[in-house]
Design a binder for this molecule. Structure first.
Ligand SMILES: Cc1ncc(COP(=O)(O)O)c(C=O)c1O
Length: 398
């Protein structure tokens, strides 16, 4: 390591994205590895954006660093999304205002700012429940923040007892837990928070920031937003990268207590959202009825793909309320899994890639994003071929 670098960074692993998603992909992939929407923006919205770029955007000028216009549009959507209130959570009479909103360069930026706001320098540790979204750990480690991981049960519900024990007695030499991240619904496993998990989260003291990551709430049609109006230590993060089809533009947002939001605004870079990204998010919000029309179809596609995958040999498929499915393979059918699971899954991934399908190996299983009907058909066909070749190979003498 170069002598001026932090030695701990030698040990940290960054996020490794799959290649091949650029503007001129060398091959046409069924890219089902990043939980993006399979659909580009509707042509009319793209045409509108092309005109905005040509006629209204001055590339020599900095973006609107206050995100005023976008925040106003977003506020209407946030208010509207309260209709998906979790039935376990009472509705509040108060409303959200602009002071409850902060925008980030993807929700990844907000996750990093939340970590900085609560844990640096050496003020706190972060708690996560594995398997979950990998960026919490990656970002925490990049900032030198200790991570405490607890497990989940067979239905992927969080081990709340272990989590409570970690909060009551943080590992020796580590600062107390100041922040925890829960995805609702969780990635990669697809389950939403249960009433028991929510009750436990509600019981946490106000010195611990509870982050509910609702990246996929448009698919689960369930939100814990109401709690933010009642508790200063709850914050919701969301993204335009999934249901809104804007992964290329990197726009995420947080809904939280005004004091927390003021700190997030201080921590972010002044021009964190390029002008065109703001224009795209505004256009997407203005056309949300049209863009979000694809959701019922994607949900139906998810159920259809699930039915097909369930018939494949040795597959344990888990129920999902997101735009993705999660499965693990049964070691009785795939004995190599007991000795080297990572190698088996990577071989599968490679074979699927050779056929043109990209999916992700994470959380000890395979996560498959729901594509359009044709992609899903190809996915189940290719998975079937690849899995049967694995069984054949394993039944042959070595
Ligand atoms: C749970 C979860 N949170 C956040 C993100 C990141 O979203 P963004 O593109 O807004 O950074 C993802 C992306 O896959 C995710 O799965």
């Amino acid at each position: 390591m170069l002598p001026f670098l932090r030695p701990d960074l030698a040990q940290t692993a960054g996020y490794v994205p799959n290649p091949g998603h650029g503007p001129t992909p060398s091959q046409h992939w069924d890219a089902l590895d990043a939980n993006e929407s399979p659909f580009d923006l509707p042509p009319a919205v793209k045409e509108h954006l092309a005109i905005v770029y040509q006629q209204q955007i001055h590339t020599n000028r900095y973006p609107d660093g206050s995100h005023q216009h976008l925040k106003k549009e977003l506020l209407a959507y946030v208010q509207e999304s309260r209709r998906y209130r979790h039935p376990h959570i009472p509705s509040q009479s108060a409303n959200f205002g602009l002071e409850h909103l902060s925008l980030g360069n993807g929700s990844d930026e907000l996750i990093r700012s939340l970590l900085i706001a609560t844990c640096l320098p050496t003020q706190g540790s972060v708690l996560v429940a594995d398997p979950t979204f990998s960026m919490y750990k990656i970002l925490a480690e990049s900032l030198g923040i200790p991570v405490v991981s607890v497990g989940r049960d067979a239905t992927f519900a969080v081990d709340c007892q272990a989590a409570q024990a970690a909060i009551d007695r943080p590992p020796a030499g580590q600062p107390p837990i100041r922040i925890l991240f829960m995805v609702h619904p969780n990635s990669p496993t697809g389950n939403g928070l249960s009433d028991a998990e929510i009750d436990w989260l509600l019981s946490l003291p106000e010195e611990i920031l509870v982050v509910i990551d609702e990246a996929y709430f448009e698919f689960s049609q369930n939100t814990l937003l109401e709690v933010v109006l009642e508790r200063s230590n709850w914050v919701i993060t969301r993204t335009f990268s999934k249901a809104f089809r804007l992964a290329a533009h990197r726009v995420g947002y947080a809904v939280g207590h005004p004091e927390l939001i003021a700190v997030l605004e201080k921590l972010r870079l002044p021009y964190n959202l390029p002008t065109f990204a703001q224009a795209a998010a505004i256009a997407a919000l203005e056309n949300r009825a049209l863009i979000l029309q694809s959701i019922p179809d994607l949900i139906a596609q998810r159920e259809h793909l699930a039915q097909q995958i369930q018939t494949l040999p040795g597959v344990q498929l888990y129920p999902s309320v997101g735009n993705f499915l999660f499965l693990r393979l049964n070691p009785e059918i795939y004995p190599d899994l007991t000795t080297n699971p990572s190698q088996v899954y990577h071989t599968l991934l490679d074979r699927l890639r050779e056929q043109g399908t990209l999916i992700r190996y994470t959380g000890g299983g395979l996560r498959i994003t729901i594509g359009d009907a044709a992609m899903n058909e190809r996915t189940s066909d290719r998975l079937k071929t690849v899995l049967s070749s694995c069984i054949l190979r394993q039944s042959m003498p070595h």
